[in-house]
Design a protein around this ligand. Structure first.
Ligand SMILES: NC(=O)c1ccc[n+]([C@@H]2O[C@H](COP(=O)([O-])OP(=O)(O)OC[C@H]3O[C@@H](n4cnc5c(N)ncnc54)[C@H](O)[C@@H]3O)[C@@H](O)[C@H]2O)c1
Length: 548
């Protein structure tokens, strides 16, 4: 059979030919030469496995490290599988361009500096580069696949990428190389899954020593502080044995700003792994519990936004936040699931359902909160004697939080899918998002068979969705607008303009406490219907306008 040429296409549409078997050896020779030269200059060689959202920026931060004399002290090789979905990241990174789109201007500058000026960062598809490493940092994904909508418990951890990576590392690493897992993993993974894989590989290779394995999770936040959220932020770490712990402490002191953001060192990896899971379950929980109060508020004339603001005056409660149309991002929807799953499948306990009550419920509430926004939209249109079926509806904001372009598991996706199921014709506006891949390539994104599309009917045509950046045009002729994400651009919108651009009175849905009372009042005066998540006082304003 003739070898078929395969391509990997970048988000901007650039096509890259995926390397074939004969390309691997010359690639290794090229990388080996660079690594040897770096070692001769006294640099430590670090391989970062997986140059995705986290790995690409972490690789650049390590590559930017200098010694006490200000000279670069690390040479970094980003290693990435040459898959159809991800290969493009390698040639892009090797040009000095960031494979991740970030709102933080430092990402592009940092990557360009390390690749083209300092020449301390390269990327490769040949994982044999692990042979050259003094340290390997693992930043591949470890997903949690939910099987049902609103039932986290029936999901399962997808460890395939992590296990494959550990196997490759074990087969190639030198005995004294330190391996650091940064991936968020199910508690127990480092010691009871990853370490055994490395040990088995060592014994197969006839190596007597114990592999040096450590864990230190990432707390990176997409947005304007992307680089800083990795480099200038508190870290937690641990090692499988004392030597691994000492090595990881030394490494993190060298590459991160631990003087200002001290490192916390835990006794065992299961403790640092659990720290990450509990930290994110805490956040998911304090967001989820507000959902019931949000429904209470809607039914009893209470504005939950004002309630939260009043509570936040107390310094002890200052981090309370309104949940919006759902809790997305890559981490909060899945991390509690990893904990629940590992209790049974890695740690071997059968009583998980007796002890885990709050975390699964919180995730289930967060995952389905967007459905209520669809209900509000339907009701608002009904109050205007219109139907949701066939209505043109504009959603403002596709990302999972304000002023970022990250759409992973956003509440807006749930809103769009439910309204589409009900027959609405959805339009999308977002100043930060170029492509909403969750819709545009829903058959393969996030991976084949895992799209939220499978939980709803009538989703096929969502592949034709396009994100607009022109609000005025997007509004033309709509019957409803949903303010789903409090991006800066949406904060100062004038109701008179919105109604003018739409061409008449519309249903206005505030899903994130974005409208002031004056604006709500004005919308009513203009003949619009307003509904707002967690804001029951809207009814009072409506009544006041009516009675005037
Ligand atoms: N993105 C965030 O905001 C964030 C925040 C905190 C923690 N984390 C955690 O960081 C980890 C990585 O997340 P991400 O957002 O960077 O994921 P990602 O999907 O963007 O990146 C993972 C990369 O690893 C690559 N990969 C998979 N298997 C590989 C293999 N065998 N060898 C080499 N490369 C391989 C993938 O192709 C991909 O490019 C996850 O555990 C995540 O939970 C992410």
């Amino acid at each position: 059979m003739k070898n078929e040429v395969k391509y990997s296409v970048s988000p901007t549409g650039e096509k890259f030919v995926i390397p074939s078997q004969e390309d691997f050896q010359p690639e290794f020779e090229k990388i080996e030469k660079l690594a040897k030269q770096a070692k001769a200059e006294g640099k430590e060689v670090v391989v970062v496995m997986g140059v995705g959202f986290v790995g690409a920026v972490m690789a650049a931060i390590v590559a930017d490290t200098v010694d006490e004399n200000g000279n670069p002290s690390k040479f970094v090789i980003g290693s990435q599988r040459p898959s159809v979905r991800s290969y493009w990241k390698i040639p892009v990174l090797n040009r000095g361009e960031s494979p991740v789109k970030a709102e933080d201007p430092e990402v592009d500058v940092l990557i360009e500096r390390c690749v083209n000026e300092k020449k301390t960062l390269v990327a490769t598809f040949n994982s044999d580069c692990i042979k050259l490493a003094d340290a390997v940092v693992v930043d591949v994904q470890c997903d949690y696949q939910k099987q049902e909508l609103g039932n986290m418990k029936s999901g399962e951890a997808d460890m395939a990428a992590l296990e494959a990576t550990m196997k490759t590392i074990g087969e190639n690493m030198s005995p004294d190389c330190m391996v650091l897992i940064e991936t968020t993993v199910a508690p127990g993974t480092t010691e009871f899954v990853a370490w055994p894989i490395l040990k088995k590989a060592f014994s197969k290779r006839g190596i007597d020593s114990v592999p040096l394995l450590a864990h230190s999770f990432e707390r990176v936040m997409p947005g304007r502080e992307y680089v800083s959220s990795i480099r200038d932020f508190w870290r937690v770490c641990s090692g499988c044995n004392l030597e691994a712990r000492n090595r990881v402490e030394k490494f993190l002191h060298e590459v991160l700003n631990t003087d200002e953001y001290p490192l916390t060192v835990m006794d065992r990896p299961i403790e640092s792994e659990t720290t990450k899971i509990v930290e994110n379950s805490y956040r998911a929980t304090i967001l989820a519990y507000l959902h019931e109060w949000s429904l209470f508020a809607e039914k009893n004339g209470v504005d939950l936004i004002k309630v939260i603001d009043a509570i936040k005056m107390r310094p002890t409660h200052s981090n309370m936040i309104f949940p919006g149309p759902g809790i997305g991002g890559y981490c909060l929807p899945k991390d509690g699931g990893l904990g629940y799953w590992s209790y049974k499948h890695i740690l071997g306990f059968e009583d998980g359902d007796d002890i885990f009550k709050i975390t699964p419920t919180a995730i289930d509430i967060n995952d389905t909160r967007g459905l209520h926004v669809a209900t509000l939209t339907r009701d608002a249109l009904r109050n205007m004697a219109r139907y949701i079926a066939g209505a043109e509806v504009l959603i403002c904001g596709a990302s999972y939080r304000q002023d970022v372009g990250d759409t992973r598991y956003s509440g807006s996706e749930m809103v769009v899918r439910k309204l589409t199921e009900l027959g609405a014709e959805m339009r999308i506006h977002d100043p930060y998002v170029d492509h909403w891949y969750e819709l545009e390539i829903q058959d393969t994104y996030p991976s084949p068979g895992t799209s939220w599309a499978r939980f709803f009917r009538n989703q096929d045509h969502l592949t034709e969705s396009r994100v607009s950046k022109d609000l005025k045009t997007s509004l033309k002729g709509v019957e409803a607008v949903i303010f789903a994400v409090p991006h800066d651009e949406y904060k100062d919108l004038d109701p008179d303009d919105i109604v003018k651009w739409a061409g008449g009175p519309i249903a206005v849905i505030d899903a994130f406490g974005m409208l002031s009372d004056e604006k709500i009042k004005r919308y009513f005066e203009l003949g619009c219907e307003v509904k707002a998540l967690g804001r029951g006082h809207v009814q009072r304003i409506k009544q006041e306008v009516k009675e005037k």
